[in-house]
Design a protein around this ligand. Structure first.
Ligand SMILES: [Zn+2]
Length: 186
């Protein structure tokens, strides 16, 4: 499947609100291929030259529903400033098994490949989450203990499974309201 800014569905397409279903095991060849292509998208998207040439928007994650496929699969690659991979996950059926009461939020707000209009405001999420999933890169079940930025990315992607977009979580009346027991992430 060709994945670029043309083929990623946006929030004006009602499919983005669809709920995703569990992926059947063993993971089919078709599902594997899709998830690996999603990984490839995320990886290439942060390479400026390739991104421009192939019409990719930079991202740290993408979920299958953003391609109109309602299956619980998400690809995450987080790199440091030198482009070295800090985290890399090809997740099948990820599920949050515990989360902190303490919240964290991105100081500059969140973005999404499916959202082209600007939505300013803080998105409060748990500062720490524990996620269980099958990871296609490891070909095994894993448990991720995530905090801060990675925790936010995981929660953003898993929200896509429920048809929730980041701006649904912004307080409409006071988008920059400070919540107690929360900390900003740059
Ligand atoms: Zn998104």
């Amino acid at each position: 499947m060709l994945i670029n800014n043309e083929t990623i569905i946006k929030d004006d397409d009602e499919r983005i609100r669809q709920k995703s279903e569990d992926v059947a095991f063993p993971v089919s060849q078709e599902d594997r291929q899709l998830l690996m292509e999603m990984m490839e998208y995320v990886d290439k998207s942060t390479d400026e030259e390739i991104a421009e040439k192939e019409n990719l928007r930079p991202a740290v994650g993408i979920s299958a529903i953003q391609l109109g496929i309602p299956k619980k699969m998400t690809a995450i690659i987080i790199k440091d400033e030198e482009g070295q991979k800090l985290y890399e996950y090809a997740l099948v059926n990820p599920k949050i098994v515990s989360q902190s009461v303490e919240k964290a939020y991105l100081e500059s707000g969140e973005g999404c490949l499916s959202v082209e209009t600007e939505h300013q405001g803080y998105v409060y999420r748990s500062a720490r989450v524990k996620v269980k999933a099958y990871d296609l890169l490891k070909e095994d079940y894993i448990e991720i203990k995530a905090e801060d930025y990675l925790a936010i990315v995981l929660q953003h992607e898993l929200d896509h499974f429920k048809g929730i977009l980041f701006y649904d979580r912004i307080d409409k009346d006071q988008p920059f309201r400070k919540q107690e027991n929360s900390h900003p992430i740059e």
